[in-house]
Design a protein around this ligand. Structure first.
Ligand SMILES: [Zn+2]
Ligand SMILES: [Zn+2]
Length: 641
């Protein structure tokens, strides 16, 4: 195959070292310009990648410091029999910092046949073999941990037998399916503006009567090719199975989305298509597949042909256009099996393994992303008062951070498109879901800030201001644990330990949907917390603010507005609520403003952002600031809406 390659003498000396060097796990080589250029020309699997990533930098080096060397430091200290991770730190003489390449090296047990399109027989056969293998041997994947036994979506699309030229819409409760327990597949894809066809109240009879498959957009037709290869007769596609012009139908169907995907026998993801017209399959240039075969003796002690590749998964799947779409996160988490159609390869992920066409037996150094979730859900202890374990709460926060980087066509879907995962967490932990946060960890979960605020696309109310769901933009939602830290370190940490955490007194959320999952109408929390009322001195540029307390002392704040265009004009009254539940003298504030309430009602606040003292320093340098805040602030009951 054309992707078999060699290593330059320098890289080869590291991957096929003398025995005594092998145990160290580190090696350094230095290359002069001629040696580096000749390595690239020769196609060295490592040097070529460095060149491709840094061509301009390399040219500057050749021109300005032709006598100096590029330094390559290899770290392969985590050797396992099934392969090794290799980090290559490279430093150009023209730069004083290094960059890193991260590779996996594993035994190449036979080279798979790769054809020039992902629609080829060999690609679809590989996919079918993964599907079959998973259905027949993987205990976890067949345990249907996320699914509901015997459940079917309200409607399904019947694609008929292998030769059928027509599809028709089934209403499962009326038409049934045949045989009664026949499986169905789902599709994750990106919508186009004005998509066609879509199910409407006016065309439901026509859809039930049957329509030609040839009129479907390309992705739907390709999906049918895959379903037929898997011998699956029923498929579910949102545009065809939810009545798109009926709010009532949407309100019935949206909460079932969790089971639509969890009960799917396999979810197909059109990862690199921006619309249903772009199709699932891609032609590919085999030479551009980013895997090489090189000799390596690091993990077995004897020289063997080995695959060397950079991250397959993380650079391919999460970065693909489909996975920037908000709804897709839960679709791909809740389905037991997902088949991703990428640019160069088809990828498989079930609850047990990750595979791809080049590594059809599995990516040996990678775990499926949902392994953590399953383990943690199994350990969830509903009898504990902290219903959400540290690890599970950390996982929730990771999902929310990831989700905040995705976009939604309809901003009012912000809570709906992650509600399936929330329901799963709720079922396993018994915790109460509060507009995107969890009750047993509510105070910690107020600790988010928006890193890249975006303008709200709609002013419709969707969540209280203390919930991340009220914002648009990339979040930094941080994980904080309680006071266990000091015992874990040898040196005593300075500062008070959570002695002044806000205390949750009351929480009240009213929602249209059940379990506060979606359709939030209003919500408030009442906390007992340290607050300090200050006056804004105006924006000093780059969201740096000077604020003044009632003695006129100034505090410089780094302010993170929850939305674009939040300004705190000079003279405005602000309330800083000390939040950060962590050791040390760190001050982190929620920035609150009073909301207008009728005369005689209790004062209420709205969150507008997050702040901390500018140039927050570590440990004792913060102490003065902390002591001052604590001496000036008062402990009060405060209600935030
Ligand atoms: Zn090399
Ligand atoms: Zn499996």
């Amino acid at each position: 195959m054309s992707y078999i390659t060699e290593l330059c003498p320098a890289c080869r000396s590291v991957l096929c070292p003398e025995n005594e060097i092998r145990d160290e796990g580190y090696a350094t080589v230095e290359l002069k310009p001629e040696a580096f250029q000749s390595a690239v020309k020769q196609g060295c699997a490592i040097c070529s990648i460095i060149w491709n990533k840094t061509e301009q930098q390399a040219k500057t080096w050749f021109q300005t410091l032709p006598e100096a060397c590029i330094k390559l430091e290899f770290d392969y200290s985590s050797i396992e029999p099934k392969g090794t991770s290799l980090f290559v730190y490279y430093t150009y003489p023209t730069s004083d910092s290094f960059d890193i390449l991260s590779f996996h090296i594993i035994p190449a047990d036979g080279v798979p046949r790769i054809e020039p399109s992902t629609s080829s027989t060999s690609s679809l056969t590989a996919a079918y073999n993964w599907f079959q293998g998973c259905c027949s041997t993987h205990t976890n994947c067949n345990s249907k941990i996320f699914a509901k036994a015997g459940w079917y979506p309200t409607r399904l699309v019947d694609i008929g037998h292998k030769e059928s030229s027509h599809w028709r819409l089934l209403v499962v409760s009326e038409d049934g399916i045949s045989p009664q327990s026949a499986p169905y597949m789902t599709l994750s894809y990106r919508w186009a503006p004005n998509p066609k066809p879509i199910l409407l109240a006016s065309n439901i009879d026509e859809f039930r009567h049957g329509k030609p498959i040839k009129d479907f957009p390309q992705t739907f037709r390709d999906f049918i090719v895959v379903a037929r290869r898997f011998s699956i007769r029923y498929i579910w596609i949102d545009a065809l199975c939810i009545i798109q012009d009926s709010r009532g139908d949407w309100e019935i169907e949206a909460p079932t989305m969790r089971f639509v995907y969890a009960n799917s026998i396999c979810n197909v993801a059109a990862s690199v298509s921006n619309s249903p017209n772009e199709g699932l399959f891609r032609s590919r240039d085999i030479d551009k597949l980013n895997v090489r075969i090189v000799p390596c003796s690091l993990y077995s002690g004897k020289e063997e042909p080995s695959y060397i590749y950079e991250e397959f998964w993380d650079e391919t799947i999460p970065e693909a256009p489909l996975h920037k779409r908000g709804w897709v996160l839960q679709e791909c988490i809740l389905a037991s099996r997902v088949l991703y159609f990428g640019k160069n390869q088809i990828f498989w992920e079930c609850l047990t393994r990750r595979k791809c066409e080049l590594l059809p037996n599995g990516l040996p150094l990678e775990e499926p992303s949902r392994r953590d979730l399953i383990d943690l859900l199994h350990q969830a202890d509903t009898s504990n008062s902290r219903k959400m374990s540290d690890d599970l709460s950390e996982l929730w926060i990771r999902y929310v951070n990831e989700y905040s980087r995705c976009t939604l066509t309809n901003p009012s879907d912000k809570l709906a498109a992650i509600a399936g995962i929330a329901q799963l967490f709720q079922d396993f932990t018994g915790d109460e879901y509060i507009a995107g946060l969890w009750k047993s960890r509510l105070v910690e979960m107020l600790n988010w800030r928006v890193l890249m605020p975006r303008e709200l696309k709609s002013l419709d109310y969707r969540a209280p201001s203390w919930s991340w769901a009220s914002t648009e933009g990339d979040l930094n939602f941080e994980v904080h644990y309680d006071v266990e830290l000091p015992e874990l370190v040898d040196v005593p940490l300075p500062g008070p330990f959570d002695v002044r955490l806000p205390e949750l007194l009351d929480v009240c959320v009213r929602a249209r949907g059940p379990h506060n999952m979606t359709g939030i109408l209003e919500g408030s929390i009442t906390l007992r917390a340290n607050i300090l009322v200050v006056t804004s001195g105006g924006n000093q540029g780059h969201d740096r603010y000077s604020v003044f307390d009632d003695t006129g002392r100034s505090i410089c704040l780094e302010f993170y507005p929850d939305r674009l265009n939040i300004d705190l004009p000079e003279g405005d009254k602000l309330t800083l609520m000390h939040l950060r539940p962590k050791w040390g003298w760190f001050l982190h504030y929620l920035v609150l403003v009073e909301v207008f309430v009728p005369a005689g009602s209790e004062v209420q606040y709205r969150r507008v952002g997050y702040a901390f003292p500018e140039n927050e320093k570590y440990e004792e340098e913060c102490k003065d600031e902390y002591d001052y805040f604590m001496s000036r602030s008062s402990v009060e009951n405060i209600t935030i809406v």
